[in-house]
Design a binder for this molecule. Structure first.
Ligand SMILES: [Zn+2]
Length: 174
């Protein structure tokens, strides 16, 4: 069911600012993959400048809250010396979950731009639509679908590799 509050973007024109920031978020996602974590990455942008980055790392950091968005929000708040992030935008390669959407609302983030949809935990329309809930007072604009193909291709490749690795008997290597 399409979410009327989410502005769908077919694809960011190459060379656009949105495409460039999402490209940086994808590079963060790759860092997560390199550490065996589900590849999701995020960057926080203020006045056209990337002020913080984050990648998904709940396993390595023994922290269920260490999603890419939370890591990036924490780094941005630290950098600005402010628990609120007005005027900031967050680019993330996967539709944010309930926890991350809630954190963005508390941060008074101006805008979130995500790439791929997450049909299992997405809180921007896929499972629930927190930003479409008028009873929640928030200041965050939501845009979805920027470089969605690239982001979902990365996730699919990761899960294929992980399945193949699980199937391979340890003794049979080489
Ligand atoms: Zn999350």
């Amino acid at each position: 069911m399409p979410d009327p509050t989410v502005q769908a973007v077919q694809e960011a024109p190459s060379g656009s600012a949105e495409g460039r920031y999402m490209g940086l978020a994808l590079a963060q996602a790759q860092l997560a993959w390199d550490r065996g974590e589900v590849p999701v990455g995020a960057v926080v942008v203020k006045d056209g400048e990337v002020i913080a980055t984050g990648f998904n790392q709940p396993i390595g950091s023994h922290d269920p809250t260490a999603h890419a968005e939370i890591v990036a929000l924490r780094a941005a708040a630290e950098k600005l010396g402010n628990y609120r992030l007005p005027g900031c935008e967050l680019y993330v390669t996967l539709e944010p979950c309930i926890m991350c959407s809630g954190a963005m609302m508390h941060a008074r983030l101006a805008r979130v731009v995500y790439a791929a949809l997450d049909p299992k935990t997405g809180a921007c329309g896929s499972v629930v639509s927190l930003f479409g809930e008028d009873r929640l007072n928030h200041h965050t604009e939501v845009v979805g679908g920027v470089m969605a193909e690239e982001a979902s291709a990365l996730l699919k490749a990761f899960f294929v590799e992980r399945r193949n690795a699980a199937r391979k008997p340890a003794a049979g290597r080489e």
